[in-house]
Design a protein around this ligand. Structure first.
Ligand code: GLN
Length: 332
């Protein structure tokens, strides 16, 4: 019996779900004390570590939002999913697969060690670690970072109905501090992986990480992925089905870095995190039980800048795990 859905299918469903999520957000807010905000990008260190918010949007339009819902934050590594999608859409899936693999590393997001070991196999492990993501940024078409990112902004605009902006302060903070990413970039250059100029590539990567977004945006984008690339609100195919499914497979196996296995086992949905504390999670439609909330699928956006050791929102993961278990959101 799935708990927490006792009043499902009654007139008060929405209110009931809202109260339920409110209760758990205030419970897990205490867990933010167990984590720390990222500070290797100095400006991210200014975030309030006790913030926690969640937005759940069903394919049928049911929206449950709770906690700190109105904060905008930079998308960071969550952008890697969407630059990958754009690269697949503009360059073709096989072109991209030939250059960046689809294997998890079991290592930190900014690991250099594995990149080096993979050299003999001629490509970075996957597009959701920095080495793979920087390679993908180099594949985007255009001579400048703005040209390269234009299709990414267009994709967001098509889904969200507005064009998000780059947070220039965060961009500059990352650009001026990211020595590790520069090292990865030089390594990629030396080994011949980069498809465009190193500085333009890094500028593209830092800018895409600095796109400002909200949890409602992540939930909305999540509904598109939940429906294999089709926006359930309009019926329009925004992302080709094959690309959406490939991206979800990568999110499931690599999206939470070296905690991806645990996340798949304990939460069981494709997801992607970023160091600013955002997570996008995707629950596809389920056929099993009539009475489950969000049975037709949903997208979930979470924000909680206190991170665990792997760089994932500590309270965000616990909250997601709780809700996913209670509502049987797992894809398995
Ligand atoms: N911009 C960050 C970096 O490259 C993104 C990392 C992340 O969100 N995990 O270091």
């Amino acid at each position: 019996m799935v708990q927490g859905v006792a009043n499902w299918n009654t007139e008060t469903t929405e209110e009931w779900l809202q109260n339920y999520v409110d209760d758990w957000v205030s419970f897990y807010r205490k867990h933010t004390e167990d984590g720390n905000v990222a500070s290797y990008i100095p400006i991210l260190g200014e975030a309030n570590k006790n913030h926690l918010g969640i937005s759940i949007l069903g394919s049928d339009g049911l929206s449950i939002r709770s906690g700190d819902t109105d904060i905008s934050f930079t998308i960071q590594s969550i952008s890697k999913v969407f630059s990958y999608i754009v690269a697949c859409m503009t360059r073709g899936v096989s072109y991209v697969l030939d250059r960046v693999d689809v294997e998890p590393t079991g290592e930190a997001f900014n690991s250099i060690m594995h990149l080096e070991m993979r050299n003999r196999l001629e490509k970075p492990f996957n597009p959701l670690i920095n080495a793979g993501a920087i390679t993908v940024s180099s594949m985007l078409e255009g001579d400048t970072s703005d040209e390269k990112l234009n299709p990414l902004f267009e994709l967001f605009e098509r889904i969200l109905g507005y064009r998000p902006e780059i947070n220039v302060e965060v961009y500059e903070s990352e650009r001026d501090s990211s020595m590790r990413n520069r090292a990865i970039g030089y390594y990629l250059l030396e080994t011949g992986f980069l498809e465009s100029d190193l500085n333009i590539t890094l500028e593209t990567y830092f800018k895409q990480c600095s796109i400002e977004i909200t949890i409602d945006d992540l939930a909305k984008i999540g509904t598109v992925l939940a429906n294999d690339g089709e926006d359930p609100a309009t019926g329009e195919e925004v992302i080709p089905r094959q690309v959406a499914r490939l991206s979800k497979a990568l999110m499931l196996t690599c999206g939470m870095y070296d905690a991806s296995g645990k996340f798949a086992a304990y939460v069981g949905v494709p997801a992607k995190s970023g160091v600013s504390g955002g997570i996008i999670a995707v629950s596809p439609p389920r056929v099993r039980e009539e009475s489950l909330p969000f049975k037709n699928g949903c997208g979930i956006g979470v924000y909680g800048p206190a991170l665990d050791e792997q760089g994932n929102s500590i309270a965000g993961i616990r909250l997601l795990r709780h809700i996913a278990n209670q509502w049987d959101l797992s894809i398995f």
